[in-house]
Write a protein that binds this ligand. Structure first.
Ligand SMILES: NC(=O)c1ccc[n+]([C@@H]2O[C@H](COP(=O)([O-])OP(=O)(O)OC[C@H]3O[C@@H](n4cnc5c(N)ncnc54)[C@H](O)[C@@H]3O)[C@@H](O)[C@H]2O)c1
Length: 429
């Protein structure tokens, strides 16, 4: 198939590279010239394991192309995937990037095409896109299909190539047949193919993200209770997770959930509820609880430092919202680090993906390695669960004798830390 991907970020670039690897001809378009220039040279603008090799391989085979020319890319293609961002504006999904793309599609519909929303868009967006594209001239020239993306940053290629399910929202038999054929190599490997109405498909994405955010928030609140009642939250999570109806994933207590999806998608879902006069009280309380979590963990830091934050050296290990990605969007560190500096602390941090310029203060310094970042630490905060943080000899990397550790990811055993006489604090234990 000839595919045009519009928006070459985390989702568009991975989808484009993976579709081309399945033998399709793919043009990835972006309005950001710099991104396209880099991609044409085989330079990947984001951190995503395995993406470099995949892009290089398909660039060489000339099945994967990058362009800023949206009009000609649309005209040449049979399927157009909209993969632009849908950030939050006034607690709703801001669809301006999506509608800009739709305008370009409208003026370049030279033959029948399937327009696919892979961006996460609220229920009824597909209907609206269809209305915009509808005209006498465009009759029978298009179908609008919803095909939400479920990949996780850091695992994006595997998730794309071996998805649990492929959801296609359309009532058009023609579009459904073409889409099923496109995904056939993945279906043959065992992925479930789910054909629903377009609105159901749009809601499946939001409901899934809201449910996962709920699971994280739930275990975070249980962790709060564990801390007060001398219970290990990990025992509780293991005991709960072994129940098939619950499942063990997303039951790891830690910082507030962040990233480019859960915060904005939970807010957008509540706003969809308001449009349809439905009170999504569970999702609202998840958003509320998650918002409070940053403050709760900052209060914990104050307690660990006995209320003396001023002039303390605090080292952060990892600043992205999770491991395996360079994505800083809505990362808890963006709230925590400036707060601590405002209270007089000096923050040093090490981030495996090399985010040097995330914070604008002379009291926040990036270091190229763990040892340099931690050598003067009064408090080390393990913020992200990168593998390289899992087996550290803290006594060797820190000069201070009475340093403390706040492990927000529960990477270490409390008994080992006790045995080594390290002042160690973690979550829900
Ligand atoms: N990041 C994830 O893990 C993930 C997972 C599943 C779904 N999603 C959803 O996928 C969508 C995209 O997310 P992302 O993280 O890839 O966003 P992103 O910000 O990484 O990428 C979006 C890209 O679109 C480009 N763009 C904007 N307007 C354009 C236009 N008119 N023409 C061409 N390019 C344009 C931008 O320059 C940018 O490079 C969002 O709706 C998001 O919710 C994201």
């Amino acid at each position: 198939m000839k595919i045009c991907i519009i928006g070459s970020g985390y989702v568009g670039l991975v989808s484009g590279a993976c579709f081309s690897d399945l033998g399709n001809t793919v043009i990835c378009v972006d309005i950001n010239k710099l991104i396209v220039e880099k991609l044409n040279k085989g330079i990947i603008p984001i951190y995503e394991p395995g993406l470099q090799e995949l892009v290089e391989r398909n660039l060489k085979k000339k099945r994967l192309l990058f362009s800023t020319d949206i009009s000609s890319s649309i005209k040449k293609s049979d399927i157009i995937f909209i993969c632009v961002g849908t950030p939050t504006k006034n607690n709703k999904a801001d669809l301006k990037y999506v509608y800009n793309v739709v305008k370009s599609i409208k003026s370049n519909l030279n033959k029948y095409k399937i327009i696919v929303t892979k961006s996460t868009v609220p229920v009824t967006t597909g209907d609206k896109i269809e209305n915009i594209l509808n005209s006498k001239k465009n009759k029978n020239k298009f179908d609008v299909v919803s095909n939400p993306e479920f990949l996780r940053e850091g695992e994006a290629i595997r998730d794309f190539q071996y998805p649990d399910r492929v959801v296609i929202g359309t009532n058009s038999k023609k579009a459904n047949k073409i889409m099923k054929n496109l995904y056939l190599p993945l279906i043959k490997k065992g992925s479930r193919y789910v054909n629903t109405s377009r609105r159901s498909s749009e809601l499946i994405k939001y409901a899934s993200n809201a449910f996962l955010a709920t699971k994280i928030t739930f275990i975070n609140e249980i962790a709060n209770l564990c801390e007060k009642s001398h219970i290990d939250v990990q025992d509780v999570a293991t005991g709960m997770g072994l129940d098939d109806r619950i499942g063990s994933r997303f039951l790891r207590a830690g910082p507030a959930y962040g990233g480019s999806c859960f915060p904005k998608d939970t807010r957008a879902l509540v706003s969809t509820g308001q449009i349809f006069k439905t009170n999504l009280s569970v999702v609202k309380s998840v958003i509320n609880s998650n918002k409070k979590r940053n403050k709760l963990l900052l209060d914990r830091i104050k307690l660990i430092l006995k209320n003396k934050i001023k002039n303390k050296n605090i080292s952060f290990l990892g600043v992205t919202f999770k491991s395996g990605t360079d994505d800083m969007r809505e990362s808890p560190s963006l709230k925590m680090i400036p707060f601590l500096v405002k209270k007089g602390a000096f923050v040093s941090y090490y981030e495996p993906t090399g985010q040097k310029k995330q914070f604008k203060s002379k009291n926040i310094i990036f270091y190229e390695n763990i040892k340099d970042a931690c050598q003067n630490a009064d408090l080390i905060i393990i913020h992200t669960e990168w593998n390289e943080f899992k087996q550290l000899n803290f006594k060797k990397i820190t000069k201070k004798r009475n340093f403390k550790i706040f492990d927000m990811r529960n990477l270490y055993s409390t008994s080992e830390m006790k045995k080594n006489k390290i002042n160690y604090f973690s979550i829900g234990r």
